[in-house]
Design a binder for this molecule. Sequence first.
Ligand SMILES: [Zn+2]
Length: 155
Amino acid sequence: MEEVRDAQHPRTFSQYGKEITLYFMAIFDEIKSIASVLQEAGKIEQYRQILEVQSQLLQMQNDLGKISRENYELKEKLRTKENIVFQNNVYWTKGTTGEMDGPFCSRCWDKNRDLLRAQPISETWFQCPECKTQFDVGSTRGIRTHAATHHDDHI
Ligand SMILES: [Zn+2]
């Protein structure tokens, strides 16, 4: 049942982060109890070893947190990539109902996978606020609709 719920409502990064934290907290509790048993039994060498394991695990937790965040951000970018189309020198995104949004700077997307909304500077020219590249997107008529590929017919 849990799996189905997850599929319908993808976890946010912070939810995932909480799950990682809980997972590691359980392991740290185990280690702590083993450590105290070793300490009470006077097994100093083993006690020292388990503390070392604990510190390595803490490093792993930090690394996993960092990787998880990167993974989340990459997935977000990939989701954008699947909905992006190159047309009239710029990128546009397709909305859930097929409507087109944009234009977005092609240079910034190609270079850094940054989706930057270009600003209109004349009727058909747009400029990227970041790299200042200017694009002539031709007629913007019809391009924001699902029939964008046929926009030339309407000029
Ligand atoms: Zn740009």
